[in-house]
Write a protein that binds this ligand. Structure first.
Ligand SMILES: [Zn+2]
Length: 467
């Protein structure tokens, strides 16, 4: 009875269109990834190398570590040299200034990447609260000399895209109005009174100002106090460009040469740098492990794939994207033919499906290739998908495929001191790696390449003077 049921369920789950050899290859790749090697890679990079902000000794150690790891596993690797802007953290203190009937209150704060330091002795000014860039601009001359607080109500991971412009562009808008400093409520889905850092961008011609992220609890404290009357905050932030402000660094580029179409490149990427507060386990050591494990598993297959698989560990995704831009410009110069690009930068959560940004008819092809991922619950394919480091390739019409992961807890830890190895579930990461490795192999082996996309008409963002 039990045997018959088991047999029936095996027969029922066998996709009919799959050839024997594809089925065997999928079993081999998914099976090897599920052994869980990716977790050990994350452990080496987080507990071993540690924090690796671009331009730091940690980032340089990460480059050496990745190069060594690939050599150890017999995979061809080269470094692609580039220069990164280097920003360093300093002292960080903030408090609500005592006032009639109110004692001083410390605020949990951390500086944003790219911000400038407060002058000696710090800044003390009245706080003006806004909840959108439009509201900020509408302050006009009233913002001069004030500390602007950018408030929002991020609750779930999908809110990130909506509110991240407040962090990216809010401080520059405040600077244009002559504000003394900018405070941003942390882009976080957890409340353990931890500030979450991240990049802020000052376009050419806009003077950087001191800018920090407040823990969610402290942004809410200021909101409550402001409802009762004027509030002043005292602020000392030491974050500044390093000296010298530009550091030499590199992307790490690994390659498995294609057997019959080596000139066609399937690009898989993740970013090697991290923020400095934690050890960048979910952002993005998990993605680095998915790429490295995929290279290891695919290079050990009995035969190489039809097309070349190139794994790139990009430098400075977090605070400048120089790695992504340098890679794209070099590939334009040497005429690299990318047929598809995948980036792993969504944490270590279990896979829930694939998404694809492809030309007409492409989604159906991805669906056929994804069928064996039913085993890890990732066979559903939707439209979308991309990644920050690979985004310049959109201007070359390169299709993007992404492994969609469970990100429900990703922003609890993202860019904070809590982004450490203990947040990675080895089983979930193994499943995500299995999905990533299989779809990479399938795209490198498929008889047809994906239909290309139409490049955007607008000027590339990295060539525009301001956002
Ligand atoms: Zn990231």
């Amino acid at each position: 009875m039990i045997g018959a049921l088991l047999l029936a369920s095996l027969v029922a789950t066998e996709p009919p269109a799959r050839t024997a050899s594809t089925g065997t290859e999928a079993e081999a790749i998914v099976g090897e990834a599920l052994r869980g090697g990716a977790f050990g890679v994350v452990a080496e990079l987080t507990d071993g190398v540690g924090a690796r902000p671009a331009g730091s000794p940690g980032a340089a150690a990460a480059v050496r570590w990745a190069e060594g790891w690939l050599r150890l596993h017999g995979i061809a690797v080269r470094l692609q040299p580039l220069e990164v802007a280097s920003w360093v953290r300093g002292e960080e203190r903030a408090e609500v200034v005592a006032d009639a009937g109110r004692r001083p209150q410390p605020l949990a704060i951390t500086a944003l990447g790219g911000s400038s330091p407060t002058r000696r002795g710090g800044v003390m000014a009245e706080v003006l609260e806004v909840s959108s860039l439009e509201e900020l601009r509408a302050l006009g001359p009233k913002a001069k000399g004030k500390i602007v607080l950018l408030q929002h109500d991020m609750k779930v991971a999908s809110d990130y895209g909506r509110f991240s412009p407040l962090r990216m562009n809010g401080p520059a808008e405040a600077s244009r109005l002559g504000a003394a400093a900018a405070l941003v409520r942390s882009l976080s889905t957890a409340t353990f009174r931890l500030p979450h850092t991240g990049a802020t961008f000052f376009p050419p011609g806009v003077d950087p100002i001191p800018a920090g992220a407040l823990a969610v609890e402290d942004a809410e404290l200021l909101h409550r106090l402001l409802a009762r009357g004027p509030v002043r905050v005292r602020l000392a932030l030491g974050g500044r460009m390093a000296y010298p402000p530009v550091a030499r660094s590199a992307n790490v580029v690994a390659e498995i040469r294609g057997a019959t179409a080596p000139e066609e490149v399937v690009l898989i990427g993740a970013h090697l740098d991290s923020w400095d507060l934690g050890t960048g386990a979910v952002d993005d050591a998990a993605g680095v492990a998915m790429v490295l494990e995929t290279m290891r598993i695919l290079s050990a297959m009995p035969h190489p794939p039809r097309r070349t698989v190139r794994g790139v560990l990009f430098m400075n995704e977090e605070n400048g994207l120089e790695g992504g831009v340098a890679y794209h410009e070099a590939s334009l110069a040497d005429g690299t033919r990318h047929v598809v690009a995948l980036e792993a930068d969504a944490g270590a959560g279990r896979p829930v499906g694939l998404s694809a940004t492809v030309g007409p008819g492409g989604l159906d092809l991805v669906r056929r290739l994804a069928a064996p991922l039913a085993r890890v619950g990732a066979e559903k394919v939707s439209e979308g998908g991309g990644g920050a480091d690979i985004s310049p390739l959109a201007w070359a019409g390169v299709p993007f495929v992404e492994v969609e992961q469970d990100t429900s807890r990703y922003f609890d830890w993202h860019h904070s001191a809590a982004d450490t190895l203990d947040k990675v579930d080895p089983q979930e990461l193994a499943r995500a790696t299995a999905a990533f490795a299989w779809i990479t192999w399938a795209l490198a082996e498929a008889p047809d390449t994906l239909p290309r996309t139409v490049p955007p008409r607008r000027e590339p963002w990295w060539k525009r003077p301001s956002p």
